[in-house]
Design a protein around this ligand. Structure first.
Ligand code: PMP
Length: 411
């Protein structure tokens, strides 16, 4: 049980301090217990607790959207609020389909995702996602294809920075165009860095190549930045970090520092204008949530953004990246380590699997870290890390050292 949190630490039910190596669930980027956020939410609930955003607005939603547009990649300044990352993904996919129809491209109904992708748990998200367990148990959308994932252990292990090999995997989109015809494909969605499936970094130039292919064929490119948004890689969004501008970005998590449930979808003006004014546009987008633009979530988001900007947290990840990578790469000298992938303030430390027991070693490491006062997350046998961006060098060293000590002991 976790019962309290402040700064870089949780307090467990048995009274121990736990160093938060995962920013909660990749979301508490400014650290825990931010008083400014708590008081902004409380004040908002007292003055305007709720407003339906289907027909009416409230000022804070517009203020927040304006502020978000200022930090967004160029042109992605049309914003739709949701209640979570899963809702953002399903919203983005629906916007893509509605856009294609509105501009007279109604045959474009196919969606393309990628293996080993996680896009939340809505039906859209699990359909374009590539997590086998999430998909197999349920009915998924028809007309969805998957590109191959980009993790290639035969070529890219223990590289510092982006994997050198694999940009050509973006050509999978070209192959799907050849197979089905561009006129059938609405959008392709990828996480710039695949988080939940083990922190898979994109091969150098992969995202640029994907952008080129999508543009050439009139396919919308969606970046799922639910994890990479709000400074995780050292820029507000991964889009800026990789210098690739998608047509749509999905966000959540760091949007409110995890303090209130909220997501946001950013679209380009072209997508927005086509959707609203294209030759076959409907009078409105028939989509929205009761809690879209919730006043208390907007208040939390604005307060979080104030902190991020005042304390320069988006660039802090970039400043600490070198130390983060060097500390974690030391782990390659420990047993069981297959790969270390670190960038910005995110990392995946991959262990070999025990014979016939995939995931057991990762889970054991998670448990033992918790015993030793460190919260990490296991994705199979990969330990994934994404600490709050307020982390300092000593705390980074402590994470690496704790992992090192435990990895040496586990079987
Ligand atoms: N997309 C990505 C890339 C995610 O990492 C997540 C959550 N980890 C989601 C979507 C879903 O977000 P939520 O859990 O808020 O629905």
């Amino acid at each position: 049980m976790l019962v309290e949190a402040s700064g870089m630490y949780y307090r467990s039910g048995d009274g121990r301090e736990i160093l938060d190596g995962t920013a909660g669930l990749w979301c508490v980027n400014a650290g825990h217990g931010r008083k400014e956020i708590a008081s902004a939410v409380a004040a908002q609930l007292e003055s305007l607790d709720y407003a339906p955003s289907f027909l009416l607005g409230h000022p804070l939603a517009f203020q927040f959207a304006e502020r978000l547009a200022d930090i967004a990649p160029p042109g992605l300044d049309r914003i739709f609020f949701t209640g979570s990352g899963s809702e953002s993904v399903d919203t983005a996919l629906k916007i893509a389909l509605a856009y294609q129809r509105a501009i007279g491209q109604g045959t474009r109904t196919r969606l393309v995702g990628r293996e080993r992708a996680y896009h939340g748990v809505g039906f859209g998200g699990i359909s374009v996602g590539g997590l086998v367990n999430n998909r197999r148990m349920f009915t998924t959308l028809h007309g969805v294809d998957h590109m191959r994932h980009t993790h290639d252990p035969s070529r890219n292990l223990l590289s510092k920075g982006l994997p050198e090999h694999g940009a050509e995997l973006a050509d999978d989109l070209e192959r799907l165009v050849e197979l089905h015809g561009a006129e059938t494909i609405a959008a392709v969605i990828v996480e710039p860095v695949a988080g939940s499936t083990g922190v898979l970094l994109p091969p150098r130039d992969y995202l640029k190549r994907l952008r080129e292919i999508a543009t050439r064929h009139g396919i919308l490119l969606i970046f799922d930045e639910v994890i990479t948004g709000f400074g995780r890689l050292g820029s507000p969004f991964a889009s800026q970090h990789f210098d690739v501008v998608p047509d749509i970005i999905t966000t959540a998590k760091g949007l409110t520092n995890g303090a209130m449930p909220m997501g946001a979808v950013f679209t380009s003006r072209d997508v927005h204008d086509g959707l609203m004014q294209g030759p076959e546009a409907a009078i409105e987008l028939f989509h929205g949530y009761t809690y879209s633009g919730h006043p208390a979530s907007c208040a939390a988001g604005l307060a979080a953004l104030d902190i991020y900007q005042r304390d320069g947290l988006f660039t802090r990840a970039a400043e600490l990246e070198d130390h983060w990578q060097r500390s974690l790469l030391e782990l390659q000298n420990a047993p069981h380590i297959v790969d270390v992938r670190a960038m910005g303030l995110i990392a995946g430390v991959e262990l070999s699997s025990r014979p016939n027991e995939p995931g057991a070693r990762g889970y054991q490491l998670f448990l033992e870290c918790f015993e030793k006062g460190l919260l990490v997350r296991a994705s199979g046998d990969t330990i994934v890390l994404s600490p709050p961006l307020i982390i300092d060098r000593d705390q980074i060293d402590r994470i690496a050292q704790t992992l090192f000590d435990i990895v040496r002991k586990i079987t």
